[in-house]
Write a protein that binds this ligand. Structure first.
Ligand code: ATP
Length: 233
């Protein structure tokens, strides 16, 4: 579904991604892990189109998208749930969800709202209150549900476990697994490498802007070098 080939990206004159390549097949959870500042968020932002690339190609369903504006990519089926949740605080939970629907204000909207509430029932209970009144975990649920309102084919998730208590991390990651089980394709960025690889099909490790490891999630989890360097085991 997604092929990133030899992609480089820079902030001004500082290149932070150096010819990285990655693929995501339909129906997979692919985890992108690596330490703080490795370039994970930049790679997601380059795929969704809010950060330009300086080199390389991005193919989505076989077609080059790297020169398309971000909104065109959303229309094709790529939605991102950003790091730090970034919900619209003063707006109600339901208005946040409606905004996620982007240009798809169609007959399917009510159905997608119902699906979002079925996935995270707490959001239905709190649908009329301002998003800023939600707890961190609930805001994370809202950010994911908002991305899903665009009815994407590929969901880009940036650090969904950031700042959450372990129980909530499990709840969020279980929701990611059930999305995959329903057919969604997911590229998951996480600093919590063990948790991400535990639910992923395949994984990539980014280190100071370069892809240094890749493979089946289970083999990465079992690799002694990975365990020492990234998994804290
Ligand atoms: N807007 C920006 N302007 C300049 N440099 C930036 C900007 N955003 C990120 N960087 C730098 O680019 C590099 C990669 O950052 P990025 O946020 O992509 O890493 P990350 O792996 O997602 O880390 P984190 O887990 O901290 O988000 C870092 O050195 C960071 O300081």
């Amino acid at each position: 579904m997604l092929t990133v080939e030899g992609l480089s990206s820079a902030y001004g004159r500082i290149t932070v991604l150096h010819e990285v390549s990655l693929t995501v097949a339909q129906g997979e959870i692919v985890a992108l892990v690596g330490s703080n500042g490795a370039g994970k968020t930049t790679l997601l932002r380059t795929i969704s189109g809010v950060q330009p690339l300086t080199q390389g190609r991005i193919l989505f369903d076989g077609r080059p998208i790297e020169r398309m504006p971000a909104h065109t990519r959303v229309g094709l089926g790529i939605a991102q749930s950003p790091e730090g949740r970034q919900v619209f605080g003063p707006l109600s939970v339901e208005d946040n969800l409606r905004l996620g629907a982007f240009r798809r204000q169609d007959a399917g909207l009510a159905e997608r709202l119902a699906q979002a509430y079925a996935m995270f029932p707490i959001l239905k209970d709190k649908r009329a209150i301002p998003a800023m009144s939600l707890s961190g975990g609930q805001q994370q649920m809202l950010a994911i549900a908002r991305a899903l309102m665009a009815a994407p084919k590929l969901l880009l998730l940036d650090e969904p476990s950031l700042g959450l208590a372990p129980l909530l991390v499990d709840q969020i990651l279980n929701a990611v697994v059930s999305l995959r089980d329903q057919g969604m394709t997911i590229l998951l960025v996480e600093q919590n490498a063990s948790a991400a690889l535990a639910i992923a099909d395949r994984g990539y490790v980014l280190e100071t802007g370069k892809m240094v490891h890749q493979g089946a999630a289970q083999s990465l989890l079992a690799d002694p070098k990975m365990r020492a360097a990234y998994l804290g085991l």
